[in-house]
Design a protein around this ligand. Structure first.
Ligand SMILES: C[S@@+](CC[C@H](N)C(=O)[O-])C[C@H]1O[C@@H](n2cnc3c(N)ncnc32)[C@H](O)[C@@H]1O
Ligand SMILES: Nc1nc2[nH]cc(C(=O)O)c2c(=O)[nH]1
Ligand code: SF4
Ligand SMILES: [Mg+2]
Length: 217
């Protein structure tokens, strides 16, 4: 049984594939936070910008079998005559609590390239086409290679230098969105701090969450 919070068709707003049309599948649940505000400050990940509780969102639900979910997601792609490869991004919550090889293969059988956004603390099933790892605080990485490492910045207990030698093709800093989160009273904004770090350390590129500025999902 797969538990899906929501699913939608939009542009990827973050990282190396920013701007690419994508079907997003947001799994319910995370191993680093319950999703309850009362638990946030005691959790391994405290700055989450996402509601991943329940299965009541748009196109969400509980799916008993792989093919039913794959067909549901594939139907969100606009099947117009186009040369573009369909693209699905599995996120959450933490997608690696639920994503399995049959679902990856079912999407690929429908012509999709499969991307994953993960906190990197759980092993990934084989077959993923694009793997984005976003480390959190003092958690231990179970995945140390992939396509992009996208670090939310700043995290005082997760400096970029800890990840700079890992085996990724792209390294991004994504300014922490503190909207609605108790800010830690830093003198500079996360955007200013990330900008300065990327200028001083050109291995790192800036990832802005364009979907938020565009007002799209
Ligand atoms: C909601 S998470 C879901 C996937 C997975 N659990 C993870 O953390 O990578 C999707 C992306 O949003 C990023 N993110 C979460 N909260 C954020 C915030 N307040 N500001 C900027 N990025 C954030 C995460 O680091 C991750 O790259
Ligand atoms: N447009 C858009 N791009 C995204 N990239 C990563 C997202 C996520 O929540 O994982 C996300 C999201 O929620 N919306
Ligand atoms: S690991 Fe990802 S989904 Fe889980 S609380 Fe952190 S940002 Fe949110
Ligand atoms: Mg998001």
């Amino acid at each position: 049984m797969y538990h899906i919070k929501e699913a939608f068709y939009t542009l990827q707003g973050e990282g190396a594939r920013t701007g690419r049309a994508s079907v997003f599948c947001r799994f319910t649940g995370c191993n680093l936070w319950s999703g309850r505000e009362s638990d946030r400050q005691h959790s391994a990940c405290r700055f989450c910008d996402t509601d991943f509780v329940g299965s009541n969102g748009k196109n969400g639900g509980r799916f008993a079998d792989t093919d039913t979910l794959a067909a549901h997601l594939a139907a969100l792609w606009p099947h117009l005559p186009t040369a573009a490869t369909p693209y699905v991004v599995f996120t959450g919550g933490e997608p690696l609590l639920q994503l399995d090889t049959p679902l990856i293969e079912a999407m690929q059988a429908r012509g999709f390239e499969v991307a994953v956004e993960t906190n990197g603390t759980l092993p990934a099933p084989p077959g993923i086409d694009w793997l984005c790892v976003s480390p959190k605080g003092t958690t231990t990485l179970a995945i140390e290679n992939g396509d992009e490492l996208k670090l939310v910045y700043p995290q005082h207990d997760a400096p970029p230098s800890r990840f700079a030698s890992l085996d990724f093709s792209h390294f991004f800093l994504q300014p922490m969105d503190t909207t609605g989160i108790a800010s830690c009273g830093q003198p500079t904004t996360p955007l200013d701090a990330a900008l300065a770090y990327c200028l001083a350390n050109p291995q790192w590129r800036l990832s802005l969450q364009i979907h938020k500025t565009l007002g799209i999902e």
